[in-house]
Write a protein that binds this ligand. Sequence first.
Ligand code: ITT
Length: 197
Amino acid sequence: MNKEIVIATNNRGKQKEYLEMLNPIGYMVLTPRDLCVESNPEENGKNYRENSYIKALALSKLVHRPVIADDSGFEVEGLDGFPGLYSSRFADEYGGDYHKAGLALNEKLGDNPNRNAKFHCCICLLEKEDAKPLYFEGDFKGTLLPSWSGDHGFGYDPFFHSEELNLDMGLASDEIKNKVSHRGKALQKLLVYLAIK
Ligand code: ITT
């Protein structure tokens, strides 16, 4: 792959993080919008890998360049991993309002003391439409906060506390988050693969 990466995501938060992580090391990051295409396939896979492949394939067919797609989610242990694969769709039930969605997760959890939670990210690299997809994954472990804290990050970040960093992620700079996050870890693995292939 040359140093151009097309990212199959419409999520502005993800786009920002990829730009911040890849631009400084010389990658040119392109989004569907940069290439004047729209890709919004139905994410009906059974797991993160399948969904990341669905997104990568749909965009690859439109742009005829190597693409990466990321499927990710927020998993609350006391809710058996919910919302997980449905993280985005769960927030949609609250009009995309993550403040309400986070409070709703807390309500579902009730007085269950198990507040362990994690983010998971699966990046799919598809070098061309008929290539074998390659997957790079990462986890970010912490706990679900009872209430909104801070305004940094996106999605469920303000309801997430990292014990490793001793920090609420709504209070963390992108730079700190990207070093330890699920997406940062998955991307590091992808970069190692690209460097040695
Ligand atoms: P694309 O499919 O266009 O990439 P999306 O937002 O629908 O955008 P996903 O299907 O992968 O992406 O949904 C993942 C959801 O999980 C996302 O919308 C957030 O709600 C949440 N999420 C994932 N990574 C996150 C992060 O780093 N911080 C906070 N929330 C995150």
